[in-house]
Design a protein around this ligand. Structure first.
Ligand code: ATP
Length: 294
């Protein structure tokens, strides 16, 4: 593990320190961000392009306030999706202002999210909106970064993601989506912002046809749930592919292996938290300490 090369590849243009937590959806980025922010006096900047918007809190898996441990969160649920989409350039400008203001208050900025196409232009010294298709990754970073990635073996992660969708449905996801559908927000701005959240397009047919017979309704509901699960697995896979491209392009991303903890969680073992601390939290504290503070 080459801990110091991340520092070496920085340009020096800006020397602010930033912890970055990358990884697929559902892999524990949010939980880890709270642990790191608590340990290192940090504030969190959201880098999930869908969680930027107000609304659909269950569907988009926003961290509830009572789980935030008093940590300040930036760019989380701040924008009105009906007014248009936050572009990559706007995100970069907002997030870099947040980094400066957090640093100015002598706290540590922690960037967390799965939207690699927003993370890359923010961190990279050379803006290339097509980086994930061109494959030409710039190694120069604008900040002194500690790059971390949650990694969970795909079959283990998918099992967890499937259960997470069931839990989201039990927690009121369908009512939330029904309200969104009825508010017609989706008609004002098609394929923009929240309208793209996994769950919105998948449940559209169900809401549209609802009331046309019980059997048909049940079949459409099952189909929507199945599509949400499949599209979530696909999202996780694509997010990891993008992270692998950045690694192959020279980004020194430190992988944290959450597989054992997730396996134990799925099996209902109450020892999962020990594995989480051993395999994820402690290594992440050590890596951040070495990369940013040694
Ligand atoms: P892409 O270029 O594929 O949009 P990206 O890196 O910009 O990739 P991702 O975060 O991978 O953005 O999101 C891609 C898509 O995944 C979103 O447009 C949305 O459909 C879905 N998605 C992402 N995050 C969420 C979320 N929190 N809740 C629901 N759906 C999400």
């Amino acid at each position: 593990m080459n801990l110091l090369s991340t520092v070496a590849q920085d340009t020096g243009a800006k020397r602010e320190k930033v912890v970055v937590i990358m990884g697929p959806t559902g892999s524990g980025k949010t939980k880890l961000s709270i642990e790191l922010a608590t340990r290192f006096n940090g504030e969190i900047i959201n880098a999930d392009k869908i969680q930027l918007y107000k609304g659909l809190d269950i569907t988009t898996n926003k961290i509830p306030v009572d789980q935030q441990n008093g940590i300040v969160h930036h760019l989380l649920g701040k924008f009105d999706s009906a007014l248009g989409e936050v572009t990559q350039a706007e995100f970069s400008s907002l997030a870099s202002s947040a980094i400066s203001s957090i640093t100015g208050r002598h706290r540590l900025p922690i960037l967390v999210g799965g939207s690699n196409s927003y993370i890359y232009p923010l961190l990279s010294a050379q803006f290339d909106p097509n980086v994930f298709t061109s494959g030409l990754v710039s190694q120069e970073l604008r900040y002194q970064c500690c790059l971390l990635c949650m990694n969970v073996s795909p079959p283990v992660l998918n099992e967890y993601l499937g259960k997470r969708v069931d839990d989201m449905i039990d927690s009121g996801m369908v009512d939330e989506l029904a309200e969104f559908y009825e508010s017609k927000i989706h008609e004002w701005a098609p394929d923009v912002g929240l309208r793209k959240a996994i769950g919105v397009p998948e449940f559209e047919r169900y809401f549209h046809m609802k009331g046309n017979g019980q059997l048909r309704e049940e079949a459409l509901f099952e189909e929507a749930v199945r599509d949400v699960k499949e599209n979530t697995y696909g999202l996780a896979r694509r997010q990891m592919e993008k992270i692998q491209r950045l690694r192959m392009g020279g980004w020194n991303i430190h992988m944290l292996n959450g597989t054992t903890a997730f396996m134990m969680l799925s099996e209902g073992s109450n020892k999962w938290l020990d594995a989480w601390k051993r395999d994820v939290v402690t290594p992440s504290f050590n890596i951040c300490g070495l990369v940013l503070f040694s």
